[in-house]
Write a protein that binds this ligand. Structure first.
Ligand code: ATP
Ligand code: MG
Length: 657
């Protein structure tokens, strides 16, 4: 098993398993707390050491990305949110300055009723400004709330657009899985938070500017005092956020493994095996071990976060005290009149609230931004893994498909799975690939189907090199019945049509050919029956019944090349015979690449290739191979002997060789 380099994330509590121990492998006993250092996450070190200042430098990029996202999600809501917030800020400042008018009138000499009367116009202005500000803020809040689901929609769509387009080899790469996990688990949902917080930053800035403007007008010394009160809180919050992010980043492989285990323990597919193998205890212990590890890391995190916050609160409290002492001194020395000092206290409180929400938003935006960056990084990485846009027209038919000296190694594998394989498939033929488990048959079939690109060598459809064509288009001309087919949680009709417009007559025809019609006939809603027991009215099929559906898919697809990878592994004898009869009849004029371990059925192929450890070791018409007495003949005899023994015991005739 390939081991990923373990690297500690900053000072986070990543526990690195000793080299060579069970725990250092990702098999039994996952790497708990060890870091997966993904090359394209080089920003980790930078983040681990980011200070408040560093954070501020990063913010404009994040805010820029967030605003662009919001703009794409809804121009109207973005503009309305920003404009209404700006207008609310103007009325905040206006209200504060009007308050100074109220206080000046109240603190002036004369009889109290006269002073109150004098203050009334300013009071009306304060009340009007407050009402307008509240109305504008409510409107801005509404527009902002409308943005969130719209942003969520576009980021989700983009993510799944990429996960379904990346090269198939990406799914064999553990780093890609880790990155995809982080992007899906958290990054996806933080995108709308970043947008929300970017707007909150703007709102906070506007409020702060309003308060600062009012203070500046009242007395210039008051402005720096305002800043002094809120910086410590902001620092503490930023520190706590960074700790949380790094912990979650560090725990990513553990959480992924726990997630997989949790799925297994709660999934329908694995429920029977868990009971049959009485492995409840094993899975539970493994899950609990990971959960305990995660829990300990989180408890330690909570302690360190609390310490940071307490320090912030203490320093913040001292700073607030100092501000009021300074204000008292200004008042005592007569530098500011009482009315101004009174307004200043209000403005400082307003400003502090705005500054606190600004810092909170900055901090939240930064924290969400870290996860959002994971999402953006994943998207960037996935973009790179999208097969290059080769636009050569994909051939619709062929006279001969050739693979020449094809080499292929799975990402991260030590050994190549194909080593210089060459095959020829003539139109209208049935070509069989045989060989022992792991010899490379499925891999070769996937390369011929355009699912993987060979590392070396070339596959051609007539003269056209597949390396130059748009593989997505080519796949339209290939029907594949894969070895590991999916039980799609859809209706029987869609399970056969597989994304193409369902044509009932053709579906019935394909189902008849594969024997799936017998499976579907008794279902309560026929072709409209949902094949998933997890949903109401859903129906479950047996393994062989599912395989008949999978075979019907291959027949439904009108493609000149039909690849059948172990199409009969789960079929009963009658269904298997019927299917091979059909394949023998060249599946309605199509060319068939047949992979099977049922060698008796291979006798009717036009050409057989025997693979061994990624190489073609024998090739030719089956009769010639049998006559030559090589590996094919040996394997064939082994299977034939089993039948011979049975038929001898039953007194029946021997099967023909
Ligand atoms: N996704 C993968 N990542 C890494 N190695 C793989 C992957 N899939 C297959 N292999 C390896 O490639 C080799 C060939 O596998 P392949 O599935 O092509 O064999 P096969 O001939 O189809 O076997 P079977 O008869 O069991 O279906 C095997 O050694 C296997 O371990
Ligand atoms: Mg296989």
């Amino acid at each position: 098993m390939r081991r990923r380099s373990a690297e500690r994330a900053g000072n986070e509590p990543a526990r690195k398993a000793p080299e060579g121990t069970e725990e250092a492998t990702a098999g039994e006993g996952a790497v708990v707390g060890a870091m997966a250092a993904v090359p394209w996450q080089a920003h980790l070190a930078e983040l681990a050491s980011t200070s408040l200042a560093g954070m501020s430098r990063r913010l404009p990029t994040l805010i820029g990305a967030a605003i662009r996202l919001a703009w794409r999600a809804s121009r109207f809501d973005t503009v309305v949110t920003i404009l209404l917030n700006l207008a609310a800020g103007v009325f905040t400042a206006y209200g504060l300055l009007a308050t100074a008018g109220v206080l000046t009138a109240l603190f002036a000499g004369g009889a109290t009723p006269d002073r109150v009367r004098a203050a009334l116009p300013s009071l009306a202005l304060v009340a009007g400004a407050a009402a307008l500000r509240s109305g504008l803020q409510a409107g801005a809040g509404w527009a902002q709330a409308r943005l969130r689901p719209k942003v969520n929609r576009i980021v989700e769509t983009r993510l799944f657009d990429l996960t379904t387009r990346v090269d198939l080899t990406a799914f064999d790469d553990t780093d890609f899985h880790d990155a995809m996990h982080r992007a899906r688990q958290q990054g996806l949902y933080e995108a709308s938070s970043v947008v929300q917080e970017a707007i909150d930053i703007l709102t906070g800035l506007v409020g702060l500017t309003a308060a600062a403007g009012a203070l500046g007008v009242l007395h210039p010394v008051l402005l720096p005092l305002l800043l002094l009160t809120a910086v410590p809180d902001g620092w503490a919050a930023a520190r706590a956020a960074r700790m949380r992010y790094l912990t979650i980043f560090t725990l990513s492989p553990v959480r992924r493994r726990k997630w997989v285990l949790a799925d297994l323990m709660a999934d329908r597919d694995s429920a029977a095996e868990i009971r049959a193998f009485t492995m409840r205890g094993f899975l539970g212990r493994e899950h609990d071990r990971l959960a305990t590890e995660e829990c300990e890391v989180h408890v330690a995190l909570a302690r360190r976060q609390a310490v940071a916050r307490v320090i912030g609160e203490i320093v913040g409290g001292v700073a607030t005290g100092a501000v009021y002492v300074a204000l008292g001194a200004l008042l005592a020395t007569g530098s500011v009149p009482l009315a101004v000092a009174g307004t200043a206290v209000l403005a400082i409180r307003t400003g502090k609230t705005s500054l606190a929400s600004l810092l909170y938003a900055v901090n939240q935006c930064y924290e969400s931004g870290l996860y959002f960056a994971d999402y953006l990084d994943f998207c960037a990485e996935a973009e790179v893994r999208i097969p290059e846009g080769r636009h050569g027209p994909a051939p619709a038919t062929f006279d001969v498909i050739t693979a020449e000296d094809v080499w292929f190694t799975y990402p991260g594998a030590d050994e190549p799975s194909l080593r210089g394989v060459s095959v020829r498939i003539h139109a209208g033929q049935v070509v069989a690939l045989v060989g022992e488990n792991g010899s490379g048959k499925t891999t070769l079939a996937k390369i011929l189907a355009g699912l993987y690109r060979p590392d070396e060598g070339e596959v051609r459809w007539d003269g056209v090199r597949l390396s130059e064509v748009d593989l997505e288009r080519l796949r339209e001309n290939v029907a594949m019945i894969p070895q590991d087919y999916t039980h799609w949680p859809m209706t029987a009709r869609h399970n056969i049509a597989m994304g193409r417009t369902p044509d009932d007559a053709l579906i019935a025809e394909a189902a008849r050919a594969s024997g799936a019609d017998e499976v579907i006939a008794p279902l309560s809603h026929g072709y409209g029956t949902l094949l998933d027991r997890r949903f109401k009215d859903g129906h479950e099929l047996s393994g062989g019944q599912w395989q008949r559906i999978a075979v019907a898919r291959g027949f439904y697809r009108d493609a000149p090349l039909l690849i059948c990878d172990e199409p009969t592994a789960a079929l009963d004898a009658r269904a298997e015979h019927a299917l091979f009869e059909r394949i023998r009849g060249h599946a309605d004029g199509r060319t068939v690449l047949l992979i099977t371990h049922r060698l008796a059925s291979v006798r009717h192929a036009d050409q057989v290739y025997v693979l061994d450890h990624g190489r073609v070791i024998e090739e030719g018409p089956p009769a010639e191979l049998l006559a030559a007495g090589g590996v094919f003949g040996e394997l064939y005899d082994l299977q034939a002997q089993a039948y011979q023994l049975q038929t001898e015991q039953a007194g029946g005739p021997n099967p023909p060789r």
